[in-house]
Design a binder for this molecule. Structure first.
Ligand code: GLC
Ligand code: MG
Length: 680
């Protein structure tokens, strides 16, 4: 496959990129080069071109001149000439869009063979990709790297320039075959600001992160002595935060949270590594103010001897800070008001240090994937302090979170990324497959049912591939659509035919012609009719239910953690308010509130009907509380051997086949049972 990347911004070179030389020579280039380098290792990728804008500007060396290409292995860098000589910032690039499109099309026509697919980075590049799609029919995928609408929201104001950028983004999104995003927050919350993109075209594929230097890093004497100057008792566990001193990192709230929790103050030290400073007066205004507020909070609450805020550090000290906190039995905290990605949480994970993280942004994915800590609402100070306290005082959860972090490096790895990315590209360029007319439907839950035992999954997938023309594969999960898709792709499960996500709140069908998942609009409209989001959340607040992250709250699903109240008590409280809901508890931890009659089972019935299948043609498989409704309602239910929440002993499930094998092997055992009995 021949893949052509386009990235027009900044000063792009294949080696020794002068990062930081201009404001636009930054993260997106690093991402692109690391991606291309790993992508090129796959024998199926035979050529990678990277197209950028050339310029001959006296402020820069002449290596960036148009036509001055570079080659490294299978990767070639091409610099387009658009007729203007000077360097252009990202704000100015739009002036040259037309000329760049023309230069790009000329370059494409000069290639001995056209690229199979184009990958555009940033909206300007997307303009060129769209032109190539319209003129030459080459499909394109798009990575935004940052989005105008998100900036508009953060700023709270807009400008003509920002509106123009957003309009360009919309045009690019409209025709893209696939959108690659780094996090669920980007896929589900950030793209919600755009009208030209449906959820099914967006794929979450986490980028690679280099975490090697954090694994088994030792504590250094330097770091130990840097914090020792501040603390009376070095033996106490450390609550560690590492972030730039800017407002959105919410560091002052962390000091306040610590100060207000007397037991936490007593038991732990707080160490805040907030950039480097020699003179406060030399810092940028925002950073200076934040540091001053931090010091003022220490003074106000008389936290001397308990809080360390070292003046400076070397980059090489950072792994030792995580190591010091781990050795002390502490936690890492990222309380940012919004964290786009959350690299520090992965660093903490690789250092085997449990984390408490903001539930706004990328950390949702990290915690869901690595299970290395808990999410908290960053504006809820007592929740931040309580979470730190409970992890540090419960030895078993501390050990569980610390050891779970070890998976971070393999989950956030460019090779893992490329396996999924190349499969997506292949789906987009391979010949159209015909749609089978299925006679049966198998619906599986994901966590602890289809996934959980890789060996068993491989065997299941062999069986499924052989039967995919006769049996449609459906998924029914509590995860969101993007989370489900991301974990299935990471585990090598091919595109299912239908995904029921959010405990039945969304149904997406894989459209083989369009080559992406299309949301079931009829189902969506029905849900919205029966759901009073505000009233449900009002009652839940009055009942003091602890809320899951915002990303878990959907139309037709309000999600919390189990607490003091039983499901019966909660149901009664909702009944009293005249709100007809289902209360679904699973894993002794999650609590979902759904419209009465809603849930996985209603969605399975809808999906089967849409395929023209009666319920007798459906097998469903699950393991826990949120599978109960679909298992009860289905004539052919399979409960995998590793069931929980009492499923295997539930009288309402006496008709179910309870497998002796676990996970995917249990599903296969159940399927074979019904086939042998001749009932499916
Ligand atoms: C998944 C969802 C969560 C839900 C749970 C149980 O973990 O992310 O919101 O509560 O499943 O259904
Ligand atoms: Mg499950």
């Amino acid at each position: 496959m021949f893949v052509c990347h386009i990235a027009l911004q900044g000063c792009l070179t294949l080696t020794d990129v002068p990062y930081g030389i201009t404001a636009d020579t930054g993260g997106h280039i690093k991402y692109l080069l690391e991606l291309a380098e790993t992508s090129a290792l796959d024998p199926e990728i035979d050529r990678i071109d990277i197209v950028t804008r050339g310029f001959e500007d006296s402020a820069f060396s002449d290596e960036f001149a148009p036509g001055s290409g570079e080659i490294r292995g299978d990767i070639r860098l091409v610099r387009l000439a658009d007729g203007y000589e000077g360097y252009l910032t990202k704000e100015e690039l739009h002036e040259q869009h037309e000329a760049l499109c023309k230069a790009f099309l000329d370059y494409l026509k000069s290639c001995p063979k056209l690229p199979d697919i184009i990958h555009a980075h940033y909206a300007d590049a997307g303009v060129l990709a769209r032109a190539a799609f319209e003129e030459l029919g080459i499909p394109y995928v798009f990575t935004a790297h940052s989005l105008g609408a998100v900036k508009r929201q953060a700023n709270g104001t807009t400008s003509a320039e920002l509106e123009r950028r957003i309009e360009i983004e919309e045009r690019v999104l409209e025709k893209a075959s696939g959108i690659i995003s780094s996090s669920r927050d980007e896929a589900e919350a950030q793209y919600a600001h755009y009208s030209k993109i449906e959820s099914g075209r967006i794929r979450v594929i986490p980028p690679g992160c280099d975490l090697e230097r954090f694994k088994n890093a030792p504590v250094s004497d330097k770091v130990r002595s840097d914090v020792a100057r501040f603390l009376c008792d070095l033996e106490k566990p450390i609550i560690l935060a590492i972030a730039r001193p800017v407002r959105k990192k919410n560091l002052v709230a962390l000091v306040e949270a610590y100060a207000a929790h007397s037991e936490l103050r007593e038991r732990a030290n707080l160490v805040i590594v907030a950039g480097c400073r020699s003179q406060l007066s030399e810092l940028e205004q925002e950073c200076r103010e934040v540091i001053e507020e931090l010091i003022a909070a220490v003074e106000t609450h008389d936290l001397y001897g308990h809080v360390a805020y070292p003046k400076s550090h070397e980059p090489s000290d950072i792994p030792a800070y995580y190591a010091l906190a781990r050795e002390s039995g502490g936690v890492f905290v990222n309380p940012a008001l919004n964290e786009p990605f959350g690299l520090t949480l992965l660093e903490a994970a690789a250092s085997h240090l449990p984390v408490v993280a903001t539930d706004s942004g990328g950390p949702n994915d990290i915690i869901e994937r690595c299970k290395n800590g808990v999410l908290v609402r960053p504006t809820d100070r007592s929740a931040i302090a309580d979470a730190c306290f409970s992890i540090m005082t419960d030895r078993r959860s501390w050990i569980r979170y610390a050891s779970a972090g070890g998976d971070a490096a393999s989950a956030y790895d460019w090779q893992a990324h490329c396996r999924i990315y190349h499969r997506l590209l292949n789906d987009l360029v391979s010949p159209l497959q015909k749609v089978p007319s299925w006679g049966r439907l198998l619906v599986c839950d994901i966590d602890n049912t289809l996934l959980g035992d890789r060996e068993a999954l491989r065997e299941f997938l062999r069986w499924q591939t052989e039967n995919s023309e006769n049996i449609a594969l459906g998924i029914a999960t509590g995860r969101s659509f993007h989370s489900a898709q991301a974990i299935l792709a990471a585990e090598g499960v091919p595109n299912p035919d239908v995904i029921i996500s959010g405990v039945g709140t969304a149904i997406h069908w894989y459209d083989r012609e369009r080559r992406y998942f299309v949301e079931d609009e009829a189902w969506k409209a029905g849900l919205a009719r029966d759901w009073d989001h505000e009233r449900v959340h009002d009652v839940a607040t009055r009942l003091n239910l602890r809320s899951q992250a915002l990303l878990e709250q959907k139309v037709g699903k309000a999600s919390f953690f189990t607490g003091e109240l039983s499901t019966d008590e909660i149901r009664a409280a909702f009944d009293k308010e005249g709100l007809a809901v289902e209360i679904i508890a699973s894993h002794g931890r999650y609590l979902d509130i759904l419209p009465r009659g809603g849930g996985k089972q209603a969605a399975v019935v809808h999906a089967a009907a849409r395929l023209g299948l009666t319920q007798s043609r459906v097998v469903v498989a699950g393991d826990s509380g949120n599978d109960r409704s679909m298992l009860v309602a289905c004539p052919h239910p399979v409960i995998v051997g590793n069931w929980s929440d009492g499923l295997g002993e539930d009288p309402a499930l006496s008709h179910a086949f309870v497998a002796s094998k676990t996970h995917a092997a249990g599903v296969l055992e159940g399927v074979r049972h019904y086939q042998a009995a001749g009932s499916w």
